[in-house]
Design a protein around this ligand. Sequence first.
Ligand code: 5GP
Ligand code: ZN
Length: 113
Amino acid sequence: MDCLFCKIAAKEIPAKIVHEDEELVAFEDISPQAPVHILVIPRQHISRLNDLQPEHDELVGKIIRLAKKLAKERDIDQAGYRVVMNCNEQAGQSVFHIHLHLLGGRAMQWPPG
Ligand code: 5GP
Ligand code: ZN
């Protein structure tokens, strides 16, 4: 599979990994948009949110709960943080392996642009 995030999960491409387990990997975004900018991905290749099926419900729950845990570890949980999942080009998805952005450590704007 010629996928950047599959290769990061397999450690074929280096990344600053901050968490890994059987199903998930979390690593620092290479181009951080906030003091905390971590990407959480499933090891399983799923290209985009549009491809999610009922069998992925547990996995998606784990992705969000890992984001919550990392937010606490980085001490941004009380001030606040944002999680973002972009789907397809108009939303800004550039890597087609689903990922959750955990952003925090600064004030966020709304609407997000
Ligand atoms: P998207 O635009 O698809 O929602 O998010 C993709 C994210 O992956 C971007 O924030 C981008 O900075 C990050 N990214 C792209 N290539 C790499 C890489 O090789 N390593 C890491 N750590 N992050 C990457
Ligand atoms: Zn992939």
